[in-house]
Ligand binder design. Sequence first.
Ligand code: PEP
Length: 252
Amino acid sequence: MSRTPIIAGNWKLHMNPEQTTEFVDAVKDKLPDPSKVESLICAPAVDLDALRKAAKGSNLHIGAENCYFEDEGAFTGETSPKVLKEMGMDYVIIGHSERRGYFHETDEDINKKAKAIFANGLKPIICCGESLETREANKQEDWVVGQIKAALDGLTADQVSSLVIAYEPIWAIGTGKTASSDQAEEMCKTIRETVKDLYNEETAENVRIQYGGSVKPANVKELMSKPDIDGGLVGGASLKPESYLELVNYQG
Ligand code: PEP
């Protein structure tokens, strides 16, 4: 088993093209060996052209924060996965709790997006995670397993082997409240077991599972020491070059 850790910045609705270029120029020569840690930035759609140009020739992987499940048509305001591929993107985040919550995305939408992303030769980062209410009712496992089953429905073992799942408890996103490394590990292990039940041992060993929720330089090492945590999906702490570099270079 050899899963390459993947640390991804999720810029959300921050940064403009100029700031994007400045950020990438500041980090691109200081990234870790990509065979040891994959460094990724997922940026708003309006910054992706600048991101691609600035990252060209470097070890920085690049991605979008969302896309639609159709390649083209009368879908005002949506982002085409086909064009994201043409623009040189590697990954697309889907199912972030902010999209599920504010934009009412359903498990079915997320499954359709995952299929469209693969159909265009991109890789999805599929987010899942429970609310505080669900955790307080001790129903977090059923909730997250349900989200994973729905998101992966109809995907092949090869596709699942190559995608990334991000476990992001909603109560830990942007709140400064990190899940303990044991809580994060427990759920990432459950997700891996779910993939094993749905597919097979090999697929479960291949799929990379990130933890997200107030990851920062001070806690990344501890989280990454857990056997089922293969990376981080990072919002706030990915916005400054110095902090992003500390995260991706957590191995020292
Ligand atoms: C996120 O953007 O997915 C996230 C986990 O944000 P933060 O790191 O700011 O909690």
